[in-house]
Design a protein around this ligand. Structure first.
Ligand code: CO
Length: 212
């Protein structure tokens, strides 16, 4: 059987199994969604949001891109963020990186990934430069890359706090909390790196929008 057909076959089995345990499962979910979480993760196939958090369809709103980057000109990410925060009113936004991230490793080196990937990974080079002293004190290159994974997650969390979407939500509803996690491919565990609750003075004044 061709590989893609196996997926369709497995889907039939999965849908049947879900109905066996809860005959109303799909009827309920087809009406509406009320997820409590927005997940911004890496596209890496080994870090699926639902599986690693033990959640079911309907529980997490998901955006994924290479190396879980929050880029302020990314219309795709920002439409997901705005919908999740402003309309679905998620209580938590989670930026989740992972140790051994190929995107982060690539950004740490000097290989030319003509050209779109160079553009995409550029922001991680900025995180590297800003933390150069700490990173270059780590001699093992894998350990150094893994520390950059953590610093990258922290940087993306801080970037989320600077957005007008989050500033407005914090002011109006005192949600969401923003979390930075890193997933271990080697042990399947999530590590908490940073957690920011809605409050004033989190960001530099230059990023604060008035009359929001
Ligand atoms: Co990755």
């Amino acid at each position: 059987m061709e590989s893609y057909k196996i997926l369709l076959k497995r889907n039939k089995q999965w849908a049947g199994k879900m109905l066996e345990t809860d005959p109303e499962f799909f009827t309920g979910l087809s009406q509406t969604q009320k997820p409590e979480f927005l997940w911004i993760g890496c596209s890496d196939s080994r870090v699926p949001a639902n599986e690693v958090t033990g959640t079911r369809p309907g529980e997490i709103f998901v955006h994924r891109n290479i190396a879980n980057i929050v880029l302020h000109t990314d219309v795709n990410l920002f439409s997901v963020l705005e919908y999740a925060v402003t309309h679905l009113k998620v209580k938590h936004v989670i930026v989740c990186g992972h140790y051994g991230c190929g995107g982060v490793k690539a950004a740490m080196g000097n290989q030319n990934f003509d050209q779109v990937l160079n553009m995409w990974l550029r922001v991680i080079k900025d995180v590297y430069r800003q933390n150069k002293d700490e990173l270059e004190a780590i001699t093992d290159l894998n350990d150094r890359a893994n520390r950059l994974v953590e610093l990258n997650v922290k940087d993306q969390v801080e970037k989320l706090c600077k957005t007008s979407v989050i500033q407005k939500a914090w002011k109006e509803g005192n949600i969401p909390c923003i979390h930075g996690w890193v997933y271990g491919l080697h042990d399947g565990k999530l590590k908490e790196i940073i957690s920011i609750k809605p409050k004033k003075n989190v960001i530099d004044p230059v990023y604060v929008y008035e009359d929001i």
